[in-house]
Design a protein around this ligand. Structure first.
Ligand code: DGJ
Length: 736
């Protein structure tokens, strides 16, 4: 049983593989957090931790905090009733009073995770605790849902706010998680960045006040990933305590840690309150996105592996999990908008027999889309470029042993397009003001039913007529004015959330209409890489920066939370189109092999020896692909902290591993040393490339010396295989 309730103590215990999460109901009926951390004995009574303070206890204190809030750690923090810290919920009632006072009114342990009505993707799951808190004056319930994923050490949380009263209330903040800790001995790990520089790992020590990330862009964004982790200062890759929080949401979000005057920490996570309000009419409910909490006492690496298992097992579309994906060649970096039917066919024919299995026609195939300035929204083939239509390209692919894939950007429109000319009022804009452009485009107001239905039918038509078996879904700008002609003035704060709900409806419609098509997510690179998108897209384009060196940092950060089988990584040409860097092909291939492997480059500029190498590189990838799809990731070095990057992908049964060691600048000194984590200590392993046989513990603690490297940006890959299961072999083989 992962969820238990002790009636006499009024204590709830949620127990995963490695953690306990405990809270109770106080005598004033508050739901009070008691503990989250390493797994405790079954039946542990933690109610002693709550020592209620009264005004008399604090008679001498005049700091202005009502006494009970100096001892309460609310499971769902509330505002304007004595707790001065940032809160999970903020409302205005019919009188404009901003007060909510939530007390326990009941709970249920449900055998199955309940369905979510609004369409926000949540993880598949089983037994779920639903605790109802009620504001008796307002007749408002907040139901807190907790689902334990015992096998991967994960706990998910979300909240549902129900208005049972007679008057509307206005939600001004409705977060998914509020999690209090009695101390502040933490750093906050966040994933921050920019376009072509996504998810860089940043660690910030907590101090009194706020530390956090979040955005108001209407997309989860390149800039701030919807993820944060509280880590103990001594937490390292494979040791120490860390608490991760990943929000399954693709819109504006907030992840924030606050340390108060009493040196306590509150972690909040959910929909970004800026630009958010929601009018809840009597009888209506508002569902927050789901947050995925992960506790590890064995460092960042163990946290990441738990998240990877969780996303693979409970979030990614099951039909793609563990399945080899096609090796794609994408037209973008090599051709941009400047292709013709002839040049596409030339590229496709040039890749015949290379092992590439699917050719993706990226942006530029429709309308007057000869640059980013026009045509977006006009989803009819540009017959000047492609006189034979998409069919001719798809046929050419088939004739050359490949399948066909297509790029779409359904949410957007260029003002210079027939769609915009026909429906200038269909975009998100503010009345009386010129629309804000970004990449020369506007965001379609998908919150309006007629716009969403039009895009649904357009995309259905495009995909079904295209002959594609792969679709790349892009989104290249963020939301600005956040106003919709379809909503009344008091509901304009709902635009961003309604927009992302519409995106989910569109994604659900298209992915379920075409269940055999592989959809790849993309947003100007990796600008919408989040758990909710993974519910639809088994893989997402990690970044528009394809330089292998930069990718070590981007893939390192992305892997903090997301599995390698969701990370789309391509070998691109040199000099790299973004930074001009020239990196050897073997290094580009090795770094791309740490994800879903593919290619994109200018075929005309491809040196013949690199073309000749592609079949061997694809075969090499196929050899380790199961480790990318299903294996455990162990990180040993990263370029954020050193000149080196090294990881090992280890099979679940630890019988095989694939390790990549990369060195940025060649220091021209001793040969590189590397330790390999993740293997069984007492098993012998053969390292094919070095012809060495060593015990797992030797590989982990002593390490190996690699051949000297002779240039910058060089790489060494290692294939490691168990030669014996038997610990007794240890006697026979002396350790080196
Ligand atoms: C941004 C994507 O990340 C690129 O891969 C490419 O598809 C372009 N958009 C096309 O406009």
């Amino acid at each position: 049983m992962s969820i238990t309730y002790h009636a006499a103590r009024k204590q709830f215990t949620l127990a995963g593989r490695n953690f306990s999460y405990i809270f109770h109901v106080t005598d004033e009926a508050y739901l009070n957090h008691l503990y989250y951390g390493a797994k405790l004995s079954d039946g542990a009574d933690l109610t002693y931790r709550y020592q209620k303070c009264t005004e008399n206890d604090y008679a001498g204190q005049i700091d202005g905090t009502p006494a009970k809030y100096t001892s309460l750690m609310p499971e769902y923090s509330q505002s304007n009733y004595g707790d001065f810290r940032a809160a999970a919920i903020l409302i205005e009632d019919g009188d404009g009073a901003p007060v909510i006072d939530l007390r326990y009114s009941g709970h249920e342990i449900l055998p199955q995770k309940p369905r979510i009505a609004s369409g926000i993707p949540v993880a598949r799951g089983g037994e779920t605790l639903a605790v109802t808190l009620t504001d008796a004056y307002l007749n408002v319930d907040v139901v807190l849902y907790y689902t334990v994923y015992e096998d991967c050490g994960i706990l998910t949380r979300r909240a549902e706010i129900r208005n049972r009263g007679r008057k509307p209330i206005r939600l001004k903040r409705a977060l998914s998680v509020s999690l209090d800790f009695p101390d502040a001995d933490f750093e906050l790990l966040t994933l921050v960045g920019n376009h072509a520089c996504e998810r860089q790992v940043r660690k910030t020590p907590l101090t009194v006040g706020f530390v956090g990330v979040g955005n108001s862009r209407g997309m989860s964004s390149h800039h701030h990933s919807p993820f944060a982790a509280l880590m103990r200062p001594d937490c390292r890759e494979e040791s120490g305590e860390i608490y991760g929080c990943s929000l399954m949401y693709s819109g504006s979000h907030l992840e924030q840690a606050e340390v108060d005057h009493g040196n306590r920490t509150r972690l909040l996570c959910g929909i970004q309150p800026q630009n958010f309000t929601w009018v809840l009419e009597p009888g209506e409910a508002f569902e927050t996105p789901e947050a995925v909490l992960c506790y590890s006492s064995c460092g960042m690496g163990a946290m990441s592996r738990s998240y990877h298992d969780f996303f693979r097992q409970y979030v990614l579309p099951p039909r793609f999990v563990g399945q080899p994906r096609p090796i794609v060649f994408n037209s973008w970096e090599g051709m941009h908008f400047g292709f013709s039917q002839e040049s596409l066919m030339h590229a496709i024919e040039g890749m015949r027999g290379s092992g590439i299995e699917l050719f993706v026609l990226d942006d530029g195939w429709f309308g007057r889309r000869n640059s980013a300035t026009a045509g977006l929204g006009d989803w009819t083939v540009n017959t000047q470029k492609l006189p034979g239509g998409l069919r001719a390209v798809a046929d050419c692919c088939r004739e050359n042993g490949m399948r066909f894939g297509l790029w779409i950007e359904p949410e957007m429109v260029n003002p210079d397009s027939n769609l915009y000319r026909a429906h200038p009022d269909w975009i998100i804009r503010a009345p009386g003001r010129a629309p804000v452009l970004s990449r020369n485009q506007c965001v379609l107001d998908l919150t309006r039913r007629e716009v969403l239905d039009f895009i649904k039918s357009e995309m259905y038509r495009v995909i079904s007529e295209s002959g594609a078996s792969y679709i790349k879904w892009d989104a290249n700008r963020h939301l600005t004015e956040n106003w919709s002609a379809g909503l009344s003035p008091e509901r304009q704060g709902e635009v961003q959330h309604r927009y992302i709900l519409a995106v989910y409806e569109l994604a659900e419609y298209l992915t379920s209409s075409f269940p055999d098509i592989l959809f790849e997510g993309c947003s100007g690179g990796g600008g919408r890489f989040d758990g909710a998108m993974l519910h639809y897209f088994p893989q997402i384009w990690v970044s528009d920066d394809t330089d292998a060196h930069e990718r070590t940092g981007i893939q390192y950060g992305t892997g903090m939370c997301f599995p390698l089988c969701a990370q789309s990584c391509h070998v691109s040409g040199v000099p790299n189109i973004r930074n001009g860097r020239v990196i050897p092909l073997r290094t580009r291939a090795a770094i791309a092999s740490l994800g879903i492997y593919g290619y994109e480059f200018d075929c005309n500029a491809l040196p013949p020896e690199e073309r000749a190498q592609i079949p061997a590189d694809i075969a090499a990838y196929r050899r380790i692909e199961d480790l990318v799809l299903n294996g455990d990731l162990y990180r040993m070095k990263n370029t954020a902290e050193s000149n080196e990057f090294s990881v090992a992908l280890v099979s679940k049964d630890r019988s095989r591993a694939y390790a990549v060691y990369y060195q940025a600048l060649n220091p021209h000194k001793n040969a590189p040393q590397v330790r390999i984590n993740g293997l069984d200590d007492h098993r012998l392993y053969r390292i094919e490339e070095l012809n060495l046989v060593l015990y797992g513990d030797v590989l982990r603690s002593v390490g190996i010396q690699l051949p000297r490297m002779h240039q910058d940006f060089d790489v060494c890959t290692l294939h490691i295989e168990a030669v014996s299961d038997a610990a007794e072999k240890r006697e026979e083989m002396p350790e080196p």
